[in-house]
Design a protein around this ligand. Structure first.
Ligand code: NDP
Length: 277
């Protein structure tokens, strides 16, 4: 990944440029909270917004985008099909409802939110169809482990472009990351800053002092230096701005290894092999 500034992108396996840094909006309330966060992030230079039907704020994401001065084509918008809407026709219908709430006429990226067993192949076929119709610029998955990706790839036509998974210093998933890299499936981190808890990790506090950055900034920069797209969430102006202030320093390789060594294979979210929602 060639890291330049907040507008920098990675090239997905179908040639589409995806900004490697974006705003997540999970748990941001529909209404002014989300509208203002999106509008402010775009003003700060963010060009990538990550929502989902399940977050129930797609309408406000669309409003925030329209309130900003940035042209639609300059913004990368992701949403996701929720578990209870999986299946071929259900997904086509869910996609159109999302587009309608966002008030957009195409999506940049549409993801299967979780690998619902016995459904995700049919769900993905719907994504392929929408992609062929040019209603989505890139398609992919979220919370897929290697065996689920293998099954998907061997039963469908189009290689997924992205896998968005839980990824932070306590869950570095080295083998899944290598696998995705080997297949040119872009790895994307959710809960990258452990909901703010990276601020309490002593080694990250030390590294923060060394680089004159906060632990949150250290971790967001570590994501990018590892080639991982990252989408920290905040609805607070000061944090939206400071989270993006990561383009004026470089973490030395030995310090990248120190952060990698914090891994505990510890999840804060559900296990993709065993979830009940
Ligand atoms: P994050 O690791 O991004 O942390 C967000 C939390 O940290 C919020 O409570 C936020 O509070 C707080 N925060 C933000 N910036 C700072 C800061 N500088 N210092 C201290 N605290 C801070 O967690 P998320 O779970 O939100 O993950 C990011 C995004 O990933 C989501 O918003 C969503 O888009 C996506 N996601 C995808 C999932 C999936 O299954 N595909 C699952 C979970 C998330 P505040 O807003 O008050 O600043």
């Amino acid at each position: 990944m060639n890291i330049t500034d907040i507008h920098g992108t990675v090239t997905l396996n179908n040639g589409v440029e995806m900004p490697y840094f974006g705003l997540g909006v999970f748990e941001a309330n529909e209404g002014t909270e989300t509208i203002d966060a999106v509008e402010y992030a775009l003003e700060c230079g963010y060009r990538h917004i990550d929502t989902a039907a399940m977050y129930m704020n797609e309408k406000s994401v669309g409003e925030g985008i329209r309130k900003s001065d940035i042209k639609r084509e300059k913004i990368f918008v992701t949403t996701k099909v929720w578990n209870s809407h999986q299946g071929y026709q259900e997904t086509i219908d869910a996609f159109h409802r999302s587009l309608d709430r966002l008030q957009l006429d195409y999506l940049d990226l549409y993801l299967i939110h979780w690998p619902v067993h016995a459904k995700y192949i049919d769900t993905y076929r719907a994504l392929e169809e929408l992609y062929d119709m040019k209603l989505i610029r890139a398609i992919g998955v979220s919370n897929f482990l290697e065996h689920q990706l293998e099954n998907l790839i061997s039963n469908t036509e189009i290689m997924p472009m992205v896998n968005q998974v839980e990824f932070h210093p306590y869950l570095t998933s080295a083998s899944l990351l290598n696998y995705c890299n080997s297949k040119k499936i872009q790895f994307e981190a959710w809960s990258p800053i452990l909901k703010g808890k990276v601020n309490e990790i002593p080694i990250l506090i030390e590294l923060g002092e060394k680089y004159k950055k906060t632990p949150v900034q250290i971790i967001l920069r570590w994501d990018l230096q590892k080639g991982v797209v990252t989408i920290p969430k905040s609805v607070k102006k000061e944090r939206i701005r400071s989270n993006s202030d990561i383009f004026d320093f470089q973490i030395a390789y030995e310090d990248i290894l120190k952060i990698d060594a914090l891994n505990r294979n510890e999840r804060i979210g559900a296990d993709p092999d065993n979830f009940d929602f």
